[in-house]
Ligand binder design. Structure first.
Ligand SMILES: Cc1cc2nc3c(=O)[nH]c(=O)nc-3n(C[C@H](O)[C@H](O)[C@H](O)COP(=O)(O)O)c2cc1C
Length: 168
């Protein structure tokens, strides 16, 4: 007989996920009134052939309906870009205004640590989120320390030249 498990409380799930360190991105796209962005840490690499990445968009986000059907760019933030992360997570605008790359085919931020431009490929029901697979159409990167998120706080991961690329 399959065991029926009681669902975990949202708080218990959040407490586990808070212990998982991620990078921080701003997903940008063309809105009706100009470029838009949403801070997201649900970004993950999925496939090399075809090149696919995944983002998870909250259904309650104002951007949801437009973003899930639009070309988008995942901007991976550097350590010094925490104010940008806060801004696109809904914080009141501070002294840091976002700078956009002029004339980019898909709106993207100036000088992220890495950027991955995508066309929407497939989307799936993810409960109170929509899972969007994007097919990569262009990308770029620079060196620098990374912005991280763990324990519900921003942090940093130093740039390292000694990676373990051979393991993955
Ligand atoms: C570190 C961090 C990670 C986040 N990750 C996601 C995410 O993966 N998906 C998502 O839909 N919202 C995520 N959010 C929340 C959105 O950034 C926030 O709800 C934003 O205000 C939505 O903007 P909108 O309502 O204008 O679309 C995250 C927020 C923070 C601070």
């Amino acid at each position: 007989m399959p065991q029926v498990l009681a669902p975990p409380s949202p708080g218990a799930l959040r407490a586990c996920m808070a212990r998982f360190t991620t990078g921080v991105t701003v997903v940008t796209f063309a809105g009706d009134d100009g470029p838009r962005g949403v801070t997201m840490n649900s970004f993950t690499s999925v496939s090399a052939d075809p090149p696919l990445v995944l983002i998870s968009v909250a259904r309650r986000a104002r951007s949801h309906d437009q973003l899930v059907d639009s070309p988008f760019c995942v901007n991976v933030l550097g350590a010094e870009q925490e104010p940008i992360a806060r801004l696109f997570a809904g914080a009141a605008p501070g002294p840091t205004a976002p700078r956009w790359v002029p004339d980019a085919p898909v709106p993207r931020l100036h000088n992220p640590l890495a950027w991955v431009e995508c066309r929407p490929w497939r989307s799936y029901d993810g409960g109170d989120h929509t899972l969007v697979l994007g097919r990569v159409t262009d990308l770029g990167h620079r060196d620098g320390d990374a912005l991280t998120y763990a324990w519900s706080r921003f942090g940093t991961a130093p740039h390292s030249v000694d990676g373990i690329e051979h393991l993955i």
